[in-house]
Design a protein around this ligand. Structure first.
Ligand SMILES: Cc1cc2nc3c(=O)[nH]c(=O)nc-3n(C[C@H](O)[C@H](O)[C@H](O)COP(=O)(O)O)c2cc1C
Length: 295
């Protein structure tokens, strides 16, 4: 009932662990898999060692999370022992990567493709690093980047977009024109939240990205805009914590549904809970498969 094919990859169900929730450790990623995730995404890895932002980096807000972790990474060349274990992950693995230049993305892709991830996600949309959204705010730069990465590898490429840009459809069209195989949307929504009593920013970075149910409507709207602009499949992420939300995301045009903050809010078995809820709703509505849901 929930099986899904995405970029010619078979998934047992459409739910995907979103990037940044369980780091890059194979044990944790496999815990998500054994708790029902159809695929898992690693925390984005970058070009050189980076500590990330000082604490506090993640706080709970009403209906969601607010984070500015700032992409800590050992650097892709210092991770081979971990990358070698990717083959032990029990579901398709999405390797999320970031960089500051086209060269960074190309170099990381060249290296990690040896470890055979199912899909490479280009994180071009992180709001918590000074140059984190440079590409995803510009259709032209995104097109050049995707073209360069596509000419480096045969592994499916999936840029991850931000709602914090002028026109997400134009960025999606640029991705498709450059040969992207899929699109992931959305990353966290950039905000500057000031503590009302302390009159100081909640996070040490000053600003951050919100996620969880508080961004669900934004994510749905952006997925609809992308669906209307391109033919390539969409991994819809943002605010999904229950089966009803996952079904809405698919009805909005997503083929797969990412869950990030939902893991914090409902526990690691959120994937099993959501798949069961989806099955119940689909049975009640007389729907036999995900593609029927998409309409
Ligand atoms: C603590 C935290 C860390 C994150 N780290 C990354 C990351 O490294 N790379 C990335 O592309 N997205 C990252 N994200 C964004 C999520 O993958 C996801 O796009 C976003 O949280 C919206 O989904 P959600 O509402 O289900 O959480 C992070 C989100 C959170 C909450």
């Amino acid at each position: 009932m929930l099986k899904q094919n995405f970029c010619e990859i078979e998934l047992q169900n459409p739910l995907v662990l979103a990037s940044g929730i369980f780091g890059t450790s194979v044990e944790l990623l496999n815990r998500a898999a054994s708790n029902g995730a159809g695929a898992v995404t690693i925390k984005s890895i970058g070009p050189v060692e980076r500590e990330g932002n000082p604490n506090p980096t993640v706080v709970e807000i009403e209906k969601g999370l607010y984070n500015a972790v700032g992409l800590p990474t050992p650097g892709y060349l210092n991770m081979d022992e971990e990358l070698k274990q990717w083959k032990d992950i029990n579901v398709p693995l999405i390797a999320s990567i970031y960089g500051s230049s086209i060269e960074d993305y190309v170099n990381i892709t060249e290296h990690i493709q040896k470890f055979k991830p199912a899909i490479i996600e280009l994180n071009i949309s992180c709001p918590n690093k000074d140059d984190g959204m440079v590409f995803a705010k510009s259709p032209g730069l995104t097109k050049d980047l995707v073209k360069a990465v596509k000419s480096t590898t045969d592994i499916p490429i999936m840029p991850k977009l931000t709602p914090n840009c002028d026109n997400i459809s134009q960025v999606a069209i640029a991705c498709e024109a450059a040969g992207a195989d899929a699109i992931c949307a959305i990353n966290t929504v950039q905000k500057e939240i000031i503590h009302p009593k302390l009159k100081a920013p909640l996070l040490s970075y000053g600003k951050g990205g919100i996620s969880g149910p508080v961004i669900r409507e934004i994510a749905l709207e952006k997925v609809r805009e992308i669906r209307d602009a391109v033919e390539i499949p969409i991994l819809g992420v943002g605010g999904v914590t229950y089966g009803k939300g996952a079904i809405e995301m698919i009805k909005a045009g997503a083929s797969l549904v990412g869950i990030g903050s939902g893991v914090y809010l409902r526990g690691i078995d959120v994937f099993e809970k959501v798949t069961n809820e989806m099955k119940d709703i689909m049975k009640k509505e007389g729907i036999g498969s995900i593609n029927e849901l998409k309409g």
